[in-house]
Design a protein around this ligand. Structure first.
Ligand code: ZN
Ligand code: ZN
Length: 727
């Protein structure tokens, strides 16, 4: 849709207004989807031409669009995606547009930089240094280079190059700073595939060829070659001239993945995550929009990049909880990937060894294609799994390693193999207790206990991140020397292991012990190469790192995730235990996984031990089905928060009373109740839970329902569709 100069246009901005604003089209006109700069009060803001103006403003007061930005217009498909995603997550459109315009300097003119190319002139005097520069320049084959690159390549000082520029032997040119990414070659041969992998890849290629929407659940155990298989789909997508996106959790640790991509396609993909520089982010956004980036590897927010012809989205480790954005716009990247692909006629591959129940159920229902990869590539089987019944073990108070587990570790030490002791608890101890008065040290602004981190000599709140020094005296009764650590954390477990195995080299892997992702990555590489005999780790170690020398995994507290009222507790425990167990026995040797548990007969523990995954999913699905819970029913969480406790409860009660918009569609509301963590950063939190039968237009009803009440500057209301966590 085209607008001539002076026509009324509606512009959506990122400002928190509940509507589009009318402007007059600028000199030279504009088209629907154009990124524009418009005046708003005394400021200039960025927006998108969303359609024809509404015409309900005083025409005399209408202002003109200042300019159309030098970037391709937002495509209809992207506008439809943002609109549908906003409706699904009950998010205001300006907040959705913010997700789609996270390019630094979007409104700036394309920035330029000076590059050097060979000129025609010959310098009057040719020195040895000057020869080196000309040779280095020739080696680039006419490609432009920066002065810094040439200084480095020729090993000369900048003044030598300046002399050659003055003599006309080298020319300076201005070129755009944001250059296209090096082309990837899909025709390069990949790693040889096994017949099973070949067949799996074939299923994916079929979808890519069709250039139509479809979702495939690619299920395969760790080491089964899932990545090789979906990289074949990426290759086919690139060969078709379309763009591909791979989403990864824990993106900071993806260097290994990028190297694999480079090996397959001869160049690195574009990257989009919080770890890349602002300059690279700007380049990535622009090049995705202009087609100069064909393959992007990124975190969940990469879904909102302005792809021009997206043909494939891979969501690797699709069950990972980090795909759910838990702040600001509450969305699940897995669901949004499916939505975006359906609008772009693209394929989705959901890859996992332990799929989410939602994806499993969608495959069961025939909505997704399911492709299984069985055998572990280059290795025989999953580790042998067994429970250690803690009721029969003698473990002294304040200790957590059972005699059976110690014997197994000792055997590994004697054989020169690695063991992993897994405990999903950071810090030294979860509780610090006064033995004189029973006081537990809590956070001042959250209803949470402070966790002792002995390496850092601090107490830390895992909710808000507040830290303080470990006090000498009890803050309540002032008794000195009476504070005691209660319960295990990885640091304390490391202490116990050092005592039990005095000659072993012990390494602790926990995210808070490393200053940077780079330092952590370096440590992981060293450990994988054999720098430790015993690894002690949190769930960080469950996420896809390869430890080829590891043959034993000991799970310290397999019951940890089974407590609590979380709908997904069983599913999470099952996934985590399977992933951790999957770390053992990667190369030729079959590994062993031992689970310390007080409930060896619990259905989840039994399912983990027998390895009968389908039985576990069926049982879990049956329970959720009977209870009308997701994915067999709809659910939404409402979190109200305010510094004023009375205010949140009053609002919660008002919502509960005025439930008509919900009951009209058959939805039920529960609460208000204090949230499991009833106070975070000084804000009191109250929850309501809404459930509805599947197929109900829940979002519309929710919008009418919450629209009845007013929130103030201090009072926040957040709607979480399909909540993943219940904190
Ligand atoms: Zn005390
Ligand atoms: Zn706190």
């Amino acid at each position: 849709m085209r607008f001539e100069a002076g026509d009324l246009v509606a512009v959506l901005t990122t400002q928190p207004l509940d509507r589009t604003l009318d402007y007059r089209a600028p000199e030279g006109g504009c088209v629907q989807g154009d990124f524009v700069e418009v005046p708003l009060g005394p400021r200039k803001v960025i927006g998108v031409v969303w359609g024809p103006g509404q015409g309900d403003w005083d025409p005399a007061k209408l202002r003109r669009v200042l300019r159309v930005l030098d970037t391709p217009p937002m495509r209809d498909e992207m506008r439809a995606f943002l609109t549908r995603a906003a409706r699904y997550t009950l998010t205001p459109m300006p907040a959705m547009l913010r997700l789609a315009t996270r390019a630094p300097g979007l409104g700036d003119a394309p920035s330029m930089r000076k590059v050097l190319v060979a000129g025609e002139g010959e310098p009057a005097r040719m020195t040895e240094a000057r020869m080196r520069v000309m040779d280095a320049l020739a080696a680039y084959g006419g490609a432009p280079v920066t002065q810094a690159e040439l200084v480095e390549a020729a090993g000369v000082s900048a003044s030598v190059i300046k002399g050659l520029v003055a003599a006309g032997a080298i020319h300076e040119q201005d070129t755009p700073r944001d250059l296209p990414y090096p082309p990837l070659d899909p025709a390069r041969p990949g790693k040889p595939l096994t017949p099973e992998q070949e067949a799996a890849a074939g299923h994916l290629l079929h979808g890519i060829e069709a250039e139509a929407y479809g979702t495939t659940l690619l299920k395969g155990v760790t080491g089964s070659g899932k990545t090789e298989v979906y990289l074949e789909a990426v290759a086919a997508c690139l060969a078709k001239g379309r763009q591909a996106l791979v989403l990864l959790p824990e993106i900071a640790l993806s260097a290994e993945f990028l190297t694999r991509v480079e090996g397959r396609f001869g160049a690195r993909p574009a990257e989009w995550h919080s770890g890349v520089t602002m300059t690279e982010r700007r380049r990535c956004w622009r090049m995705v929009a202009e087609g100069g980036a064909r393959f992007v590897v990124g975190a969940r927010s990469a879904l909102f990049l302005p792809f021009q012809d997206l043909g494939l989205i891979v969501v690797d480790e699709e069950h990972d909880t980090s795909y759910k954005q838990e702040e600001g716009v509450l969305y699940n990247a897995r669901d949004m990937a499916v939505l975006r692909a359906s609008l772009a006629s693209a394929q989705v591959v959901l890859a996992s060894a332990t799929p989410s129940l939602e994806s499993w159920a969608n495959a069961e229902a025939g909505k997704y294609l399911r492709v299984d990869l069985g055998a572990r590539f280059g290795a025989a089987e999953l580790p042998e799994m067994a429970a250690i019944d803690m009721r029969a073990e003698e473990v002294p108070f304040g200790r957590w390693l059972s005699p059976s587990l110690k014997r197994a570790v000792t055997a590994r030490l004697e054989a020169g193999e690695q063991s992993l002791l897994f405990l999903n608890r950071r810090g030294y101890a979860p509780v610090t207790l006064c033995r004189a008065c029973g006081h537990q040290i809590g956070c001042e602004t959250c209803d949470a206990r402070m966790v002792e981190h002995r390496f850092q000599k601090r107490l830390m709140c895992h909710q808000c991140g507040a830290t303080r020094a470990i006090p000498e005296a009890c803050p309540s009764c002032e008794a000195e020397g009476k504070l005691a650590a209660v319960g295990p954390g990885v640091e304390r477990l490391a202490e116990e292991a050092a005592e039990a195995f005095p000659d072993a080299r012990i390494a602790v892997l926990s995210s808070d012990l490393f200053g940077s992702a780079r330092a952590l990555k370096a440590q992981i590489v060293e450990i994988a190469e054999g720098a430790a005999d015993i690894i002690i780790g949190t769930q960080l170690v469950a996420k896809g790192h390869n430890f080829p020398l590891l043959t034993l995994v000991g799970v310290i507290d397999a019951d940890l995730g089974l407590q609590g009222s979380d709908l997904r507790a069983a599913e999470r425990t099952f996934q985590l235990m399977r992933q951790v167990a999957g770390r053992a026995g990667r190369a030729e040797k079959r590994g062993e996984a031992l689970l310390q548990t007080y409930q060896p007969d619990h259905p989840v523990i039994r399912a983990i031990l027998t390895g009968d995954e389908e039985a576990f999913w069926r049982a879990e699905a049956g329970e959720r089905h009977a209870a009308g819970m997701p994915p067999y029913g709809r659910m939404a969480g409402i979190i109200l928060s305010s510094p004023d406790l009375q205010e949140v409860f009053d609002l919660g009660n008002a919502l509960a009373r005025n439930h008509a918009p919900l009951s009209e569609v058959g939805a039920m509301v529960y609460g208000p109740a204090p949230a499991p963590i009833a106070r975070i950063r000084g804000r009191h939190r109250v929850r309501l839970l809404v459930t509805a039968p599947k197929g109900v237009a829940l979002q519309d009803a929710l919008a009418r329902w919450v629209g009845q009440v007013k929130t103030g500057p201090n009072l926040r209301l957040a709607v979480d569709i399909d909540p993943q966590s219940f904190f």
